[in-house]
Design a protein. Structure first.
Length: 61
């Protein structure tokens, strides 16, 4: 089964949101509630995922 979650955040940097989502999904992954996860953060400069490495608000890898 797959589920999609859409969240609108009030404030914060892309780096902060990426870390918070990563922490959240890692926690529920450890609890055995999910098998895997993927997220996308829509920014003015494009999409940021759990695989992106950020520096100064920009994707560097």
């Amino acid at each position: 089964m797959k589920a999609k979650i859409f969240v609108t955040v009030k404030t914060g940097s892309t780096e902060e949101m990426q870390k918070r989502l990563e922490d959240l999904f890692q926690r529920i992954l450890r609890d055995g509630e999910i098998e895997d996860y993927h997220f996308e953060i829509e920014t003015e400069d494009g999409i940021v995922t759990e695989k992106c490495i950020l520096s100064g608000g920009k994707v560097i890898a």
